[in-house]
Every structure is written in structure tokens, then in C-alpha cells.
Design a protein around this ligand. Structure first.
Ligand SMILES: Cc1cc2nc3c(=O)[nH]c(=O)nc-3n(C[C@H](O)[C@H](O)[C@H](O)COP(=O)(O)OP(=O)(O)OC[C@H]3O[C@@H](n4cnc5c(N)ncnc54)[C@H](O)[C@@H]3O)c2cc1C
Length: 396
């Protein structure tokens, strides 16, 4: 590791901040990683029991390739880490009718095949035989994506933070960043809520949904959006796991529903990617009863045996949505020394193994294969905010 004298402060120890800290430390920088509470922070988007890891992105080959690169990383982490935290159980993509050109399912399937994968085509007969929990009459078409699955996301962040500590990253928790230290020509560090100041040559803000609060210049590009998660309890978890019950997306661009196999404690997690509602990140609210009823109607129609399952947990998770759904990882124009690494937009976790490198390249001023899409960009006139923000149901 080369020793460097220019130091880095990273704000936020979610998956963006933790991977950035590890990579920058490995590139020789003295790195301080700051979070306002013990980490993994319970309110962080990264801190959940599970996240989907998939390379199915409709016709968007850029994200397919990025996810493919990340999957190499996940497989490497599984090989290197004492306990594998990525579960390569595939990804069941179901369509309500025949998959149609231009549709998410059709295009994802096409891209997989064109790039050399051999996804298992799924129809009602296949579902009835192999995945009997599903209403085979409801889903006429789809496929089982061969490379993908889910990750124990909170545990992944905890592991990354252990690796940060081993690498020599200084971890500061329990004192949030109140603001940036702005010099005449550049950002010179951060000041904490306690009043303490941490000077640094580079500041990376990776504060997830809090990023637009801390860096107001990102507000035209990013916003915090609340999204509900439900946990249903099952008696025999083994029956709710792959291969019978792999991670799934059920007509996701039409309905928004996706979910995961049972955890060891019998929880089946059901998520809904919809428009959500814009919130202040410190005031995310609760899951509405109407949403639970809506979920039960989906289950009754699609996975009948879960329709009456007890609701054993809920969570409101925050997307940091970019107006166009792309991550935002770049230097902030007009604020020398400041890098923003955020905009996960409901689908950022899966890229964990490659995010640190993208952030570090941005800080060092290098372009890479991914950086152009994640650059600082103009979101257009503020008056059209609702129209500008990305609301399609294909991200998870
Ligand atoms: C419901 C839901 C489902 C999702 N599902 C998936 C999925 O299946 N697959 C997938 O790939 N992605 C998914 N995502 C997206 C993914 O979770 C996020 O893109 C990713 O976790 C964002 O990580 P982050 O590090 O940017 O933010 P976070 O994980 O939120 O971390 C931000 C950190 O910054 C800290 N912080 C904030 N303000 C301050 C401050 N002032 N001072 C110090 N620290 C501060 C917070 O405490 C927090 O620890 C989902 C997101 C949600 C909400």
C-alpha cells in the first residue's frame, strides 16, 4: 500500500461509503469513515436482511454488464469470506402474459441469451411442477435467470466494515456530520454535530437518502423516497426456499412486486417497487394498512398459501432516487475536493463489489467504463420535478 498524505473523510458507512473507504485505503489514503450512529446503521438502506443481486435489466446492456462485473465480485467475496453472504439461487422473472418485445421480461431474457447465458424458460406447467407455491394460471411466461440471487445485505456491510478496520480505516460513529468545511476555493473537511472538525483533502458524501440534505446542490438530482417492506411468517421455511421458491419479480414493471426466499427464522420478505412517496429522510413514516391489504391481495392472486400468513415485520426503507434512476458518483462542480457517491435509486446494493473502485476513480479524476453514466448531470427545470423523477417499476 502506497502511503499518501492527502486524506479522505467519507460521510456515511452504508454500502457506498464502506466500499469506497476500503478501496481508497487500499490505494494508500488515510481514510476516516464517519457515521452518526453505530454501524451498520439500522436506518441505512443497506442495512436490511436481504437485497436482490441480478443482472436482468431489460434492454439496458450497461447495467447488465455492470451487474455482471459485480457478480464476479460477489463470487469472489463468497470464496474469500469466512461465511458466504451472497446466495446464488437464481432470479425468477415472471410475466403476466406472453413476454413482449420492449417489455422488461422479454428484453432481459433476450440480453441474457445474446450474451451467452441460457435462462430456463418458465411457463404455467413449469411453475406447477417446480415452483408449486405460485398460481400457475396467473403467470403464463417468464424465465429463471441463471446467475444471480440475493445477499444478506446488513451482514455484508458489517463484513466490509471489519475489512475496513483491518485495512486501517478510522471509523468514527455516534457523531453525525453537520456540514462541510468550505474554504475559499475548496472543501476542506467536515464539522460534526458535536462541533468537532475533521480536516481532509477530499470529502466523499455517501450519505444515502440524507445526501440531498447534506449536499443541497444534489437536491435537483436526488430525492429521498419511502418504500415499504413486509415480512410474512411461514411455519416450514425449507418449503419457501430455492429451488422451489427462488427470489422473484412478479410482472414487476406492471405490479412492482418482488420477494425473497424464507430466512432461517421463517420470514419471507415481500417488497414493492412503486412510486413511493418523497419524504425527509428523518421522517420516513410507517407502512400503511392499505399497503398490507394490497400485498395480501397480490398474495391471494399469486402465492395463495401466503395470503393469510401472519405479518411479522414491516420496514420503511429509503431510496435515494436520482431523477433518471442512475447512480450519482462524481466530483461536485464548483466544490473542489468534494465527491458525491449516492443515488442508489432502489437498485444500488448489488453493485457493491465495483462501487468502491468507481468512487475512488472519481476522487482521483479518472474515467472508467462506468463513470460517464454516473457523472454529475443536469436534471432539467425544477418546475417539472414530479415528471422528471424516475418512477418505473423495474428497479430493485
Ligand atoms: C426497500 C428497498 C429495497 C431495495 N432493494 C434492493 C435490492 O433488492 N437490490 C439492490 O441492489 N438494491 C436495493 N435497494 C437499494 C440499495 O439498498 C441502496 O442503493 C443502497 O443500499 C444504498 O447504499 P448507501 O450507502 O448509498 O446508503 P445507506 O445504506 O442508506 O447508507 C447511508 C449512511 O449514511 C449515514 N449518514 C447519513 N447522514 C449522515 C450524516 N449527516 N453524518 C454521518 N452519517 C450520515 C447513515 O447513517 C447511513 O449509515 C433497495 C432499497 C430499498 C430502500
Amino acid at each position: 500500500m502506497n502511503g499518501r498524505t492527502d486524506s479522505v473523510v467519507i460521510v456515511g458507512a452504508g454500502v457506498f461509503g464502506a466500499t469506497a473507504a476500503l478501496e481508497l485505503r487500499n490505494r494508500g489514503y488515510p481514510v476516516t469513515l464517519v457515521d452518526r450512529a453505530p454501524v451498520p446503521h439500522i436506518d441505512a438502506s443497506s442495512t436490511d436482511v436481504s437485497k436482490m443481486i441480478r443482472m436482468d435489466y431489460g434492454a439496458d446492456v450497461f447495467y447488465h454488464e455492470l451487474a455482471e462485473a459485480a457478480l464476479d465480485g460477489w463470487e469472489g467475496w463468497n470464496a474469500d469470506w469466512p461465511v458466504p453472504l451472497y446466495h446464488p439461487e437464481g432470479f425468477l422473472v415472471l410475466a403476466a402474459g406472453a413476454m413482449q418485445p420492449g417489455g422488461f421480461e422479454y428484453e432481459s431474457h433476450r440480453v441474457l441469451r445474446e450474451r451467452g447465458y441460457d435462462p430456463q424458460r418458465v411457463d404455467g406447467a413449469y411453475l406447477a411442477e417446480h415452483c408449486p407455491a405460485w398460481n400457475a394460471e396467473r403467470y403464463a411466461d417468464g424465465y429463471l435467470s441463471p446467475r444471480g440471487g440475493w445477499a444478506e445485505s446488513g451482514a455484508v456491510v458489517a463484513r466490509l466494515l471489519e475489512l475496513c478496520a483491518v485495512a486501517g480505516v478510522t471509523l468514527r460513529t455516534g457523531d453525525g456530520v453537520a456540514g462541510l468545511l468550505e474554504g475559499d476555493a475548496c472543501v476542506e473537511g467536515v464539522h460534526l454535530e458535536s462541533g468537532e472538525r475533521i480536516a481532509a483533502t477530499h470529502v466523499v458524501v455517501a450519505a444515502g437518502a440524507w445526501t440531498p440534505v447534506l449536499v443541497p446542490w444534489t437536491a435537483p438530482i436526488l430525492r429521498s423516497v419511502a418504500q415499504p417492506i413486509l415480512h410474512f411468517g411461514v411455519d416450514r421455511p425449507d418449503e419457501w426456499r430455492a429451488p422451489h421458491f427462488p427470489p422473484f419479480a412478479a410482472d414487476i414493471s406492471g405490479t412492482g412486486w418482488y420477494g425473497f426466499p424464507a430466512l432461517a427464522d421463517g420470514r419471507v420478505k415481500l417488497g414493492h417497487h412503486g412510486e413511493g412517496h418523497a419524504v425527509h429522510p428523518d421522517d420516513r413514516g410507517e407502512v400503511f394498512g392499505e399497503h398490507v391489504a394490497y400485498a395480501r391481495s397480490f398474495l391471494a392472486e399469486s402465492i395463495p398459501a401466503l395470503a393469510e400468513a401472519p405479518l411479522v415485520g414491516t420496514r420503511v426503507c429509503l431510496y435515494c432516487d436520482a431523477f433518471d434512476g442512475d447512480l450519482l458518483i462524481d466530483r461536485v462542480p464548483g466544490h473542489e475536493g468534494l465527491v458525491v457517491a449516492s443515488g442508489g435509486s432502489g437498485h444500488g446494493f448489488k453493485f457493491a463489489p465495483v462501487i468502491g473502485g468507481i468512487v475512488a476513480d472519481a476522487l482521483e479524476g479518472y474515467d472508467n467504463r462506468w463513470s460517464l453514466r454516473f457523472r454529475w448531470r443536469d436534471a432539467g427545470p425544477p418546475a417539472r420535478e414530479e415528471a422528471r423523477f424516475y418512477t418505473s417499476g423495474e428497479r430493485t
